[in-house]
Design a protein around this ligand. Structure first.
Ligand SMILES: [Fe+2]
Length: 246
């Protein structure tokens, strides 16, 4: 059973369509989404529409999904992110706001074949506090709450894997074979706004039968997405960063 794991789409329809095409080529049958469908880029409504209609087994809430769907102040956001959240709030219907507001923070996914796994946007230990996992110490706190061999997360927009055996190691990865008696906390990177210096969209495919995780990077029409950001009047910095993957 092959899952497409989609993270941090952020309203980038061009990137989303490109990774879905790649997923289809890889034989993906089901999807999960680890949150932040909206925010930053110019097609939040379209991305919600596409993601909701995928054959999926679960979607969790990201911080942008949360703040777009309420009217709280945006003190924790940088000025460009805050302005994108405000813009996105105005684009969505009341029904879409409610749908985003009701997404769960974390989920267990139970495939037809293979072991169950978990998904969360930021951290399992405090999923509603939106902390960032960049190192082994924050990974350790998260993994104390990990009750499955594999957990997928996002939020940093940087693909990275933490593996716990006796100790915790931190690795960049392309392919991971899940081994017995190990735990894997896997950041799937970002579909719509990568920040690891590679502007290509990220897609993770999890083959639950073979227990194998594969990271793909996918070209997409960045210029088209940038034109839309410009036309929407969103901050230019949000367009520029897509070219450099930062
Ligand atoms: Fe994000």
């Amino acid at each position: 059973m092959k899952y497409g794991i989609l993270g941090d789409i952020h309203g980038n329809l061009e990137a989303l369509e490109a990774v879905l095409k790649k997923a289809e080529e890889c034989g993906v049958e089901r999807y999960v989404c680890i949150g932040d469908i909206v925010g930053y880029n110019a097609n939040p409504h379209e991305c919600i529409e596409v993601v909701r209609n995928l054959p999926h087994d679960g979607i969790v809430r990201g911080n942008h999904d949360e703040y777009v769907s309420n009217s709280r102040d945006l003190l924790g956001f940088n000025p460009q992110a805050a302005s994108a959240v405000r813009w996105t709030r105005d684009q969505l219907s009341a029904e879409e706001h409610r749908w985003l507001a009701n997404l769960p923070f974390k989920l267990f996914i139970r495939p037809d074949v293979g072991p169950r796994f978990q998904i969360v946007h930021a951290t399992l230990d405090n999923p509603d506090k939106w902390g960032y996992i960049f190192d082994r110490f924050s990974a350790e706190a998260c993994m104390r709450y990990q009750a499955s061999d594999v957990c997928f997360f996002g939020h940093t927009h940087t693909p990275m894997c933490f593996i716990r055996n006796d100790d915790i190691s931190q690795e960049y990865y392309e392919e991971i074979q899940v081994l017995p008696n190990h735990k894997y906390l896997v950041n799937v990177g970002s579909v719509g706004q990568p920040r690891d210096g590679n502007p290509q969209a990220a897609l993770v495919v999890y083959d639950t039968g073979a227990n194998k995780i594969q990271l793909h990077r996918v070209d997409y029409d960045i210029e088209k997405c940038q034109r839309k950001i410009h036309e929407a009047g969103l901050p230019e910095r949000l367009s520029e960063r897509l070219s450099i993957g930062r």
